[in-house]
Design a protein around this ligand. Structure first.
Ligand code: GDP
Length: 315
């Protein structure tokens, strides 16, 4: 990928898209194309086709998606299914029609079966039932992977798919009803400390285990894959280590300096018991995550403190 190559980052206002734009700029790629939602609705097939015909990007990173944590996913399955199918169908189809050289589709670790052996190998895809709290989102992402693979098989396209583990970092969603766990707990700990609260409520039992990757590491992996990966086989991106939600909560309280008690709200779902990706495929190509979890949380907390937040939604 030459430094002058025209690269379209779809979803550049999101957590991952923003980080990809930052990494591309740092690596001297000078022809990055973006569009705000007001300028281009990725759910509008004709508008997406017209945009591709006009800009003719050579590379595409499809980081646009409707995303959310366990509650948002279980409350809005229709939107998670339909919006993601629309966006990815439109962008992937237009990339084929308009001769894009390479497209990187971003999936998610929730595409794997709920009870997949851990750490989860790429081969675990479609070997068992999905976790019900996010199956609509997962089905949309699986359809995106299959569409990329179908374009590769039928038309020889280089449409590759990466599966990130749980991501966090600056510009994450900190809304307590729709965010993922790390940003939610960071905000809860910050606000609990500020009001001198004695307890912090954690959803579920605290026993599920999750793997967390800083979004700058994810973006670095995306640029690496654009340069070094051609196969239609999906590839996992993670740090290779997981921790329990209880341990994560304790770590966040330490970073924030909140000294109260943790309480566990058992009326909230745990979701999948464990989600740790096997990252030997990407490690074997020479890529590795670099940002330790404590350091990544500290940077994200510094970012959170610098930004005005609206009062917390109750959760
Ligand atoms: P998941 O990885 O798809 O299950 O999505 P989440 O990141 O939303 O949730 C991960 C785990 O953290 C689940 O077991 C949640 O119940 C738990 N959790 C604990 N406290 C919270 C919270 O305040 N918000 C969210 N979103 N999850 C929480």
């Amino acid at each position: 990928m030459e430094e002058s190559a025209k690269i379209f980052v779809a979803g550049h206002r999101g957590l991952v898209g923003r980080a990809i734009v930052r990494v591309l700029a740092a690596q001297r790629f000078r022809n990055v194309v973006t569009r705000d939602r007001g300028q281009l609705d990725l759910g509008d097939e004709a508008a997406v086709a017209a945009f591709f015909a006009y800009e003719k990007p050579e590379f595409v990173v499809l980081a646009a998606a409707r995303v959310g944590g366990i509650k948002a996913n279980s409350d809005y399955p229709v939107e998670f299914l339909l919006e993601n199918l629309r966006i990815q169908n439109n962008v992937i189809t237009a990339a084929h029609t308009h001769d894009v050289r390479k497209l990187l589709f971003l999936g998610s670790s929730c595409i794997y079966p709920k009870c997949a052996p851990q750490p989860i190998l790429e081969d675990a895809l479609l070997t068992g039932p999905l976790e019900p709290t996010n199956d609509a989102y997962a089905i949309a992402k699986i359809a995106g992977i299959k569409l990329c693979q179908a374009y590769a098989a039928e038309y020889g396209e280089t449409f590759i798919s990466a599966m990130p583990t749980n991501l966090y970092g600056p510009h994450d969603n900190f809304d307590l009803t729709s965010s993922h766990v790390l940003s939610a707990l960071l905000r809860k700990a910050h606000e609990a400390k500020a009001r001198g609260a004695r307890e912090l409520v954690v959803w579920g039992t605290g026993q599920p285990r999750r793997e967390f990757l800083h979004v700058d590491d994810m973006a670095d992996a995306c640029v690496f894959l654009l340069q070094n990966y051609e196969s239609p086989d999906i590839i996992n991106v993670g740090c290779g280590e997981d921790i329990s939600i209880r341990q994560l909560s304790e770590l966040i309280c330490e970073v924030v300096g909140f000294e109260g008690e943790l309480t566990f709200d058992l009326s909230k779902p745990d979701g999948t018991p464990r989600k740790l990706l096997d990252v030997s495929r990407i490690n074997g190509l020479g890529w590795r995550a670099k940002i330790p979890l404590r350091e990544g949380i500290a940077c994200t907390y510094a970012w959170l403190r610098e930004h005005e937040l609206t009062p917390a939604s109750s959760a």
